[in-house]
Write a protein that binds this ligand. Structure first.
Ligand SMILES: NC(=O)c1ccc[n+]([C@@H]2O[C@H](COP(=O)([O-])OP(=O)(O)OC[C@H]3O[C@@H](n4cnc5c(N)ncnc54)[C@H](OP(=O)(O)O)[C@@H]3O)[C@@H](O)[C@H]2O)c1
Length: 264
């Protein structure tokens, strides 16, 4: 996607954090933004803060309610006729050891982070196939490339996205549906506040990873550049985090010891 001028962009999880900032940056670049998440009031607040609020549309969505997705897709297609970029960003994290995590938490994270995006994509896909070109940008995580302490369910849900969307990228290349996998780590948002503990309750604390992390506007600028340059995958992190997938691949024993030192 070379530029965003007059493009139609649908963002899930646009009421806060990375999705909110993506809405702002792409609206500034001339795109019309469909702002989706569960909280209508928060979406309307984001809408009013956009550089060009008249080029935006609020439509609530709950990624845990896939039976509503056909109507949501119908609504955006009827209103805009096409979607140039679907930014699958809505997501929730976890802060608990696997041994202390109820299976209902694993299932909930899979519903929100994996099955929701997959179901929405399947319903939108027939429309994307008819367009000259489109992009699906998936906000995975570095936790989608390797497991980490207190992230067993989160990491699994993000790994699953890679399996699905890498297959989809191959299958849909003939329809010019491009897939960008965005793998960030430690971005200063409310993600750890909103994360679930082992019993499914809000963690409600700011993790060190977020406190010491990258500013959200910096992260989003890197994501925008990755979409503009049609990168198949991008890692967004600080220092050695950027090379972590290479270290894992070539020096797996060293990598394991490095991660062990990050025990919370
Ligand atoms: N922050 C990081 O360090 C980091 C690193 C790598 C990847 N990511 C990924 O980035 C994405 C955005 O996270 P963030 O850091 O911006 O966190 P955030 O500030 O907590 O924002 C999460 C967004 O997802 C929405 N959301 C949550 N559950 C939803 C549901 N059931 N249906 C629809 N929307 C839902 C929230 O809106 P409502 O509450 O209004 O529904 C909110 O807009 C996530 O997929 C996360 O995994 C974050």
């Amino acid at each position: 996607m070379k530029n965003f001028q007059n493009k139609i962009v649908w963002i899930t999880g646009a009421s806060a954090g990375i999705g909110e900032e993506m809405a702002r940056q792409l609206n500034q670049k001339g795109a019309t933004i469909i702002l989706s998440a569960r909280r209508k009031e928060a979406l309307e607040k984001v809408q009013q803060s956009l550089p060009f609020p008249e080029k935006s549309y609020v439509m609530t969505i709950d990624m845990e309610a896939p039976t509503t997705f056909t109507d949501k897709v119908k609504e955006v297609i009827q209103k805009f006729g096409k979607i140039d970029l679907l930014f699958l960003n809505a997501g929730i994290s976890q802060r608990s050891y696997a041994a202390q995590t109820d299976i209902s938490v694993d299932r909930r994270l899979m519903e929100i982070n994996y099955f929701g995006p997959v179901a929405l994509t399947k319903i939108l896909l027939p429309f994307l196939q008819k367009q000259t070109e489109s992009n699906i940008a998936v906000n995975s995580s570095l936790a989608g490339k390797f497991g980490f302490y207190e992230r067993s369910a989160y990491s699994a849900s993000k790994f699953a996205l890679h399996g699905f969307f890498e297959s989809l990228r191959l299958e849909e290349a003939e329809h010019n549906v491009n897939v960008n996998m965005l793998c960030a780590i430690g971005i200063k948002t409310g993600i750890s506040q909103n994360a679930l503990d082992g019993n499914g309750k809000p963690f409600a604390k700011t993790s060190a990873m977020q406190e010491e992390g990258i500013a959200v506007d910096d992260c989003v600028s890197q994501m925008v550049a990755a979409i503009e340059n049609n990168k198949k995958e991008v890692i967004i992190g600080k220092g050695a985090q950027r090379f972590s997938t290479k270290i894992k691949e070539f020096l797996p024993e060293l990598f394991f010891k490095m991660l062990q030192k990050r025990k919370p």
